[in-house]
Design a protein. Structure first.
Length: 632
């Protein structure tokens, strides 16, 4: 590609965050060679977003069970894992329909999830389809009934698999295909057809696709195109045919966010042919794609900007047929950022690279998803070559969240990375601070107890959680609230609620959690005392704040009155919690700020975690644990 002669750094106002179709891959006829040469397909494996689990063995080089486990483990970023359930795999006795088929359906489902456990993957999609088969010498078309599909859903929900989606396999545009696709119990569909059939709309598959894409009953559902081959006699090979389908669909549904850039669309190349190769994913030292399954998938991933119509011109047939691999530039991920109101984040590293364009010629742009909090004019780019920088200047007196998308382009191809920026108004404690604090190592551990702390003779195990947060600036009113409250709750690992204590609410000019905030075991009568914040401003005027059973069941609510921390955008609030419960627990804390109501801002899970809900001082809002506040 002809490089540009100068380096351009701009913050682009019209840049949209990248979204688009997904690429999955089939594992039918996987080979031992794949497991033994991961370097021949690792680029694709690291980027694929889903895979179809099918253990159909290869005739001459079948993957062993360990090979297959290794292959499935090679997709670290695959969020979707599907497997298939043909109706003929249940009872083949044609009399066993509806309720009479339930036992055999249940048995097959148990086998499917046993296979999941054996091969160490997490099934997310169950694809069901009609199929022909024989019974006592007579051939039948075994078709799913609505009663049987509802049983699939109910069984999944009742057996710990409520997160598994149901996918309907479609092969034509018949009334039955549309009926099942529109059924609310069906989450997504798959069209299974050769590239030849799709390009020629042989069985009205594209007619069905267009109906499905726009029909109100299905317009929010995803659709996958499982493309196993080009038919014999077709002048196109599978690489060319699959990519031509992608090129053709752009003309059918367009290139907007509701077209090729929609994440409703999934490409799923597979093979049913023992003579068709999975690897390698590239040839000519990485300069070209080739007619293999992993190369098809890699090309659709790397050339998303082309097929999604994000380049200067929409893709042509010649583009689809071309094996030339023009790799897009890359930009390294940037960690999520947190800062205080009005505080600039200086010089974040933006590291870019390109294999076929000089890095000085790459253009870097950035955009904010929320210009109220971070205007695009506050995204200041600098640096040169591979080492660019991004400084973030928030809007004055604003708190909230924004997603920053950074794009690097060589003039035709581009890549993006996104990260979140939080300005004030949230807990700033990291996981170690917001969770149970181990102030000196694990003293002892049993099946039911983790004893933490700095030592001492108390019969109870230390528990202390420190939360640091900042409210938004609510204006010049120094007493903005009619009322305000702060509540917390916890549940033990075994679900039993025990006594707990809140020791105080303080303020300080810094969000840093100090080691002196934590406490150790003690032999004093009040054995759970937390140390106050460093500035000594701890509100312990109410005895209930110092000890006792809040809420008589593990929940508590504390009135803040007109405490100084309610003046947002200034000092930091410091909450100190303690518990006498002897097992690990989950903490739940809710407070209120922000008269525009940004809702749930985060959740941590595990033995000890914070569940935070901040909703509007404006107008009053009842939230987690029944807290309430009203703005004057």
């Amino acid at each position: 590609m002809k490089p540009f002669l100068n380096c351009v750094l701009v913050a682009t106002l019209g840049l949209a965050p990248l979204s688009g179709y997904e690429v999955w891959i089939g594992t039918h006829l996987a080979t031992s060679e794949m497991a033994n040469t991961p370097e021949d397909w690792d680029l694709m494996a690291g980027q694929i977003e889903g895979f179809n689990v099918n253990r159909a063995p290869h005739d001459t080089d079948p993957a062993s069970n360990d090979d297959y486990r290794s292959i499935l483990a090679s997709f670290p970023n695959a969020r979707n894992t599907m497997t298939e359930f043909a109706r003929s795999q249940a009872s083949r006795n044609p009399v066993n329909v509806d309720e009479l088929a339930f036992p055999s359906i249940r048995e097959r489902l148990e086998d499917i999830f046993s296979f999941e456990n054996s091969f160490n993957y997490d099934l997310s999609i169950l694809m069901f389809y009609d199929e022909r088969g024989s019974y006592q010498g007579t051939e039948y078309l075994y078709e799913w009934t609505e009663t049987e599909v509802q049983y699939l859903r109910d069984w999944l929900d009742d057996n710990g698999h409520s997160d598994v989606e149901l996918m309907w396999n479609v092969r034509n545009n018949g009334a039955r295909a549309q009926q099942f696709a529109a059924n609310p119990v069906v989450d997504l569909v798959e069209i299974e057809a050769s590239s030849t059939a799709l390009l020629n709309n042989t069985n009205n598959q594209i007619t069905f696709f267009n109906w499905f894409w726009t029909n109100p009953a299905t317009a929010n559902k995803r659709i996958a195109l499982q493309i196993p081959r080009a038919l014999p006699g077709d002048p196109l090979n599978q690489y060319e045919g699959t990519r031509r389908v992608a090129q053709m669909l752009g003309g059918e549904i367009g290139y907007g966010e509701d077209g090729m850039r929609s994440d409703r669309l999934i490409f799923l190349p597979v093979t049913y042919n023992d003579n068709y190769s999975y690897i390698p994913e590239t040839v000519s030292n990485g300069a070209a794609y080739t007619n293999t399954l992993t190369s098809i998938a890699l090309s659709l991933i790397e050339q998303r900007p082309l097929f999604e119509g994000r380049l200067a011109a929409v893709p042509t047939v010649a583009d689809a047929d071309s094996p030339v691999r023009t790799a897009p530039p890359t930009v390294e991920a940037i960690a999520d950022q947190v800062t205080t109101v009005g505080t600039t984040i200086p010089s974040l590293a933006v590291t870019v690279a390109d294999t076929d364009t000089a890095v000085m010629a790459l253009t870097v742009t950035a955009i904010s998803s929320n210009e109220t909090v971070i205007p695009n004019s506050g995204l200041v780019l600098g640096g040169s070559g591979a080492n660019r920088t991004l400084s973030i200047v928030p809007a004055a007196n604003q708190s909230g969240n924004a997603e920053i998308t950074v794009r690097v382009s060589d003039g035709m191809w581009f890549s993006e990375t996104s990260f979140s920026v939080t300005i004030g108004g949230v807990l700033l404690s990291d996981g170690a601070d917001a969770n149970v604090k181990d102030d000196g190592g694990v003293l002892s551990r049993t099946e039911n107890t983790n004893q933490l702390g700095a030592g001492g003779n108390s019969p109870f195990v230390d528990r202390c959680c420190i939360y640091v947060f900042q409210l938004p600036d609510l204006g010049p009113d120094t007493s903005p609230f009619e009322s305000a409250s702060f509540s917390f709750n916890y549940e033990s690992k075994d679900g039993i609620l025990k006594n707990n204590d809140l020791y105080g609410l303080g303020r300080r000019p810094s969000p840093i959690v100090l080691g002196s905030d934590y406490y150790g075991q003690t032999t004093t009568s009040d054995g759970y005392r937390c140390h106050p914040p460093a500035d000594g401003d701890i509100d312990q005027r109410d005895a209930a704040w110092r000890s006792g059973d809040f809420g008589r069941g593990g929940s508590g609510s504390v009135r803040l009155s007109q405490h100084a921390i309610c003046l947002g955008g200034r000092d930091w609030g410091v909450c100190l919690f303690a518990s006498q419960h002897e097992r690990a627990q989950r903490w739940h804390q809710s407070g209120y700020f922000d008269d525009v109501g940004r809702g749930l801002l985060g959740r941590r899970s595990g033995y000890a975690s914070a569940h935070r809900l901040y909703r509007g001082f404006g107008g009053g809002y009842r939230g987690l644990d029944g807290c309430e506040s009203k703005r004057k």
